[in-house]
Design a protein around this ligand. Structure first.
Ligand code: FES
Length: 114
């Protein structure tokens, strides 16, 4: 699987383009939209091949790491992840990752208090 991530800066909105294989998601975020930290550790989830998952980007969901619709009005939108195979995935729950929806270790900075 090819995974590529790129930040695109546009005025007045920021766009985050996520490429997962041949799929593309573009997230538009307002300059002021900031996610809440849902947890300071990632969530390990066994995903099933062929299923779509919607990762919570705002941190407000009560169903971490997935969306429960609580993002409405936050300026943030969930990120779709389509599982190509059944496997364990570490999903980010701190919402600080640079590689959404996956944990990139950014939560360690939060745990260290910096
Ligand atoms: S839980 Fe967010 S980067 Fe690890």
């Amino acid at each position: 699987m090819i995974r590529a991530y790129a930040w695109l800066h546009n005025t007045p909105t920021r766009k985050l383009a996520i490429l997962l294989g041949d799929q593309k998601e573009v997230i538009r975020m307002s300059e002021t939209a900031q996610p809440q930290i849902a947890r300071t550790t990632p969530c390990s989830v066994l995903v099933e091949a062929g299923k779509d998952y919607f990762w919570c980007a705002c941190g407000r969901s009560g169903n971490q790491p997935f969306c429960d619709g609580s993002h409405k009005g936050s300026g943030l939108r969930p990120v779709r992840f389509s599982a190509e195979k059944t496997e364990w995935i570490w999903f980010c729950a701190c919402k600080q990752t640079a590689t959404p929806p996956f944990c990139d270790g950014s939560h360690k900075r939060l745990s260290a208090g910096s």
